[in-house]
Design a protein around this ligand. Structure first.
Ligand code: ATP
Length: 391
C-alpha cells in the first residue's frame, strides 16, 4: 500500500482535465498501470464480458461507459477481485491478479449505495477501515483529518450520516475510500444518487480531488455527460465488448461507429455511397437528403462503399436563403423548435420525411429570432464537420 500524503483541497474549480505533457497512453515508454488482457466472464451460457483488452495508465480517471447490462460493473468487479475472469488476465502494476484475493489488491471500491454505517459519525465511518487494518491511533487521527479536509467535510466530522445531505454522504464515502490510500480506486456509478445540479458540482470536485491525490480512478457510468466531463479517457461498451476507447474529444469528434456516434451526444446520420475519393476529401451521394456531402480528412474510402456521414447538430447552420454551394446542404421545413435558454434546437423535416437536428446558440433574444415553425429553411455544414462511418 502506498503512503503518499493527501494534499489539502484547494477548492478551485477546474472544469475538465488539464493537458500539460504527453499523455501516458501516447507515450510508448510508459507501462500501463492496469492491463486487462483478453478478459471474458460468462455466467452459465451468458457472456457478460467478451474478450476485453484495455490498458489504463497511472493517474488516469478512466470511465467504462455503456447502457444497462453491457458488462461494465462485471469488469469493475473483476478488477476488485469480487469476480474471477472465465478467461484472460488482469495485471495491476505488472502483477498478475489471478491468485490475489480482493483484500490483498492495491484497490478500493466505492459502491453506488455508499454503505455508510448509520450509527457512526462521519469520522468514525472514515476511520473504520484503518481500525480494521490495526493502524496506530495517532496515524488514524492524522489520516482521517487529512481525508476530511480533502473532501471539505472537517466541520461535519461529528455528524451522523442522516444529518448530512446526499452530496456530503457521497464525500464521506469518498474520504473512506481515499483514507486507505489505494493505488487504484474503483467507483461504481459514484454520483447516481445525487440530483442533477449536485451531480454536476460533484463531478468537478471529484476530478479536482483525483488530480490532487494522483490515484488512478476507474469509474463505471451510464451517463455520457458525466463520462465526458470527468474522464481522461472513456471505454464505450456494448454487449460485453469495448467498441471504442479514446479521450472525450476523440470519442465525440471521431466516433468510429454509428453506435458510438449515437450513444455520445446527438448526431445526424446521412446514409449514402462514396462517389469521389480524393487525397484530402471524400464525397458521398446521400440517399435520402438528395445532396452531395463532402467530408475532409476522411482518409481513403473506395468509391461505391456504403457509408453513413455523421454530423453533430451544433456544427450545422440554418438559414432561409439558399447557400451558394449546393454541397453539404439540405432543405426542409421547421417542424419543432425547443428553446433551451442558451441555445435552441430546431428539428427540420426533409422532403423524404427524415429529420435533421440543428442546435444554434441564442446570441440574439428569442423574440428577434428570424426563423420559426413551418419556415422553409436550408441547413448547411462545413466539410470538416462530417465523419464517415463504415460500421
Ligand atoms: P447496469 O448499468 O445495469 O448495472 P452493467 O453494464 O453494469 O449494467 P453488469 O452488471 O456488468 O452490467 O451485467 C452484465 C450482464 O451480466 C447483465 O445482463 C447481467 O444480468 C449479467 N450478470 C451480472 N452478474 C451476474 C450473475 N452473478 N449471474 C448471472 N448473470 C449476471
Amino acid at each position: 500500500m502506498t503512503d503518499t500524503a493527501l494534499p489539502a483541497a484547494s477548492g478551485a474549480v477546474q472544469p475538465n482535465r488539464r493537458q500539460t505533457k504527453l499523455e501516458p497512453w501516447q507515450d510508448p515508454g510508459e507501462a500501463p498501470y492496469v492491463r486487462i488482457e483478453g478478459v471474458s466472464k460468462t455466467f452459465g451460457a451468458f457472456t457478460a464480458v467478451d474478450d476485453v483488452s484495455l490498458s489504463i495508465y497511472r493517474g488516469e480517471l478512466f470511465s467504462l461507459l455503456g447502457g444497462s447490462g453491457c458488462g461494465k460493473t462485471t469488469l469493475l468487479r473483476m478488477l476488485a477481485g469480487f469476480e474471477q475472469p472465465t478467461a484472460g488476465h488482469i495485471y495491476i502494476d505488472g502483477v498478475d491478479m489471478s491468485e490475489i484475493p480482493p483484500y490483498e489488491r492495491p484497490v478500493n471500491m466505492m459502491f453506488q449505495s455508499y454503505a455508510l454505517f448509520p450509527h457512526m459519525t462521519v469520522e468514525q465511518n472514515v476511520a473504520f477501515g484503518l481500525h480494521q487494518d490495526r493502524v496506530p491511533g495517532a496515524e488514524i487521527r492524522h489520516r482521517v483529518t487529512e481525508a476530511l479536509e480533502l473532501v471539505k467535510l472537517a466541520p461535519q466530522r461529528k455528524r451522523k450520516p442522516h444529518q448530512l445531505s446526499g452530496g456530503q454522504r457521497q464525500r464521506v464515502a469518498l474520504a473512506r475510500s481515499l483514507v486507505k490510500r489505494p493505488k487504484l480506486l474503483l467507483l461504481d456509478e459514484p454520483l447516481a444518487a445525487l440530483d442533477r445540479k449536485l451531480r454536476e458540482e460533484t463531478q468537478f470536485e471529484l476530478v479536482n480531488i483525483q488530480e490532487q491525490v494522483g490515484i488512478t480512478f476507474v469509474m463505471v457510468t451510464h451517463d455520457q455527460e458525466e463520462a465526458m466531463t470527468m474522464s481522461s479517457r472513456i471505454a464505450v461498451m456494448d454487449a460485453g465488448w469495448i467498441v471504442q476507447v479514446g479521450t472525450p474529444a476523440e470519442i465525440y469528434e471521431y466516433p468510429q461507429s454509428r453506435f458510438v456516434a449515437e450513444f455520445i451526444g446527438q448526431v445526424n446520420l446521412f446514409g449514402g455511397r462514396v462517389v469521389e475519393d480524393a487525397a484530402d476529401h471524400v464525397v458521398v451521394a446521400a440517399d435520402a437528403a438528395g445532396t452531395e456531402i463532402e467530408v475532409s480528412h476522411a482518409g481513403s474510402v473506395p468509391i461505391g462503399t456504403r457509408v453513413h456521414v455523421a454530423v453533430r447538430p451544433e456544427k450545422m447552420a440554418i438559414a432561409k436563403d439558399p447557400p451558394a454551394d449546393p454541397r453539404n446542404a439540405v432543405q426542409g421545413t421547421v417542424d419543432e423548435i425547443a428553446y433551451l435558454g442558451n441555445a435552441s434546437i430546431y428539428l427540420i423535416r426533409l422532403a423524404d420525411g427524415s429529420m435533421v437536428r440543428v442546435t444554434a446558440p441564442n446570441v440574439t433574444r428569442m423574440t428577434e429570432l428570424p426563423i420559426t415553425w413551418e419556415d422553409a429553411v436550408h441547413v448547411t455544414w462545413p466539410a470538416f464537420a462530417g465523419v464517415i462511418l463504415q460500421t
